[in-house]
Ligand binder design. Structure first.
Ligand code: NDP
Length: 308
């Protein structure tokens, strides 16, 4: 029985060290060192190899090393092999920090002050109380919920949107397509924390931007293909959107000279909003291996029919 890691080798070396301490009886391999392929029961990957069960006939679980599984070709993983995405404290804390700084940057007009500084202008802008700033989070999963729980503490008017109805204390929850327009109409700062699925691909487009109040802002921390980048540029240029903070783009990185790189009201970071932290990730994986052995549901096991 062995565990195979197939992602960034430097992180793999960190995982190997942690496995050696915490699960010394479970042999740990880093791709492309497979050992005996028939011994591989567990695979942790950013992208699994094509047709993994042909290479590893005794494969029991596939783990994603990231929070999303949109980069997986699920058709290559047979239905009897559960697929588990990464939910661990490091990813959650990183995302809460990133979105909080992005919201405060927008809320406290730091884009506008940056432009003023560039022109050597010293001018106060009116200060809006947090209670008058309406935050809206697309996606009320592990990350969306954690982000809202933090933002609520600043006093922002908080809302969120999900597929099925949710209840979060102090947050106005909207569910399903029929509630989307109402949610958008009350949102000044829109944050995308959706998984990428056929239903959410391209959702951030001209039609959606037009339903936000004029001068709204976008924080895009989902996946690049959620956003129609041409529509974003048009919405910024018409002032329908005031500014945007993008942690993800399509492609990553954007090609040299792409107008988003230099747009004065766009800030781009290289998909760093949050990252798996090896120490806590290994603990979660080992806990899931225990649950799997005992026939219990694993944390982060995805619903193959929904694709997330
Ligand atoms: P979860 O699976 O826990 O939550 C997803 C949420 O999105 C759920 O509330 C779900 O609704 C909602 N949702 C899914 N599809 C739809 C739809 N069609 N319409 C409305 N709502 C929908 O995911 P996480 O919170 O853990 O992660 C969210 C995403 O964040 C990841 O998939 C990834 O794209 C992104 N991410 C980005 C990172 C970065 O560094 N930029 C790092 C980590 C994650 P319901 O509650 O009804 O199921």
């Amino acid at each position: 029985m062995a565990f195979l890691y197939k992602a960034d080798p430097a992180r793999g070396a960190q995982w190997a060290k942690l496995f050696a301490q915490k699960a010394p009886d479970l042999p740990f391999h880093i791709w492309p060192d497979l050992g005996d392929p028939a011994a591989i029961r567990y695979l942790a990957a950013w992208q699994p190899p094509e047709d993994p069960t042909r290479t590893f006939p005794n494969l029991e679980v596939v783990f994603s090393v990231g929070a999303g599984i949109d980069q997986f070709d699920l058709s290559g993983v047979p239905a009897h092999v559960p697929v588990v995405r990464m939910i661990e404290p490091g990813i959650i804390e990183g995302m809460v920090e990133y979105v909080t700084q992005a919201v405060l940057t927008i809320h406290r007009d730091l884009f506008d002050y940056g432009l003023q500084q560039h022109q050597q202008v010293w001018r106060e802008l009116p200060l809006k109380p947090a209670s008058e700033r309406r935050i809206g989070v697309l996606g009320l999963g592990v990350l969306g919920t954690a982000v809202l729980e933090k933002l609520r503490l600043f006093g922002f008017a908080c809302a969120g949107w999900s597929r099925s109805p949710r209840e979060i204390q102090g947050v106005d929850c909207y569910a399903g397509e029929s509630a989307l327009d109402q949610f958008l109409a009350r949102t000044d700062i829109l944050i995308c924390l959706l998984p990428l699925t056929p239903a959410t691909r391209g959702l951030l487009n001209a039609e959606l931007f037009a339903k936000l109040p004029r001068g709204a802002s976008l924080i895009q921390t989902g996946r690049g293909p959620h956003l129609n980048q041409q529509d974003l540029l048009a919405a910024l240029d018409s002032d329908q959107l005031h500014n945007a903070i993008l942690d993800v783009t399509d492609p990553e990185p954007l090609p040299a000279g792409h107008p988003l790189w230099t747009h004065p009201r766009v800030r781009i970071t290289p998909h760093i909003a949050s990252a798996t932290r090896p120490e806590s990730a290994v603990d979660v994986v080992l806990e899931n291996l225990r649950r799997h052995r005992e026939g219990l549901p694993m944390l982060g096991q995805i619903d193959r029919t929904q694709g997330y």
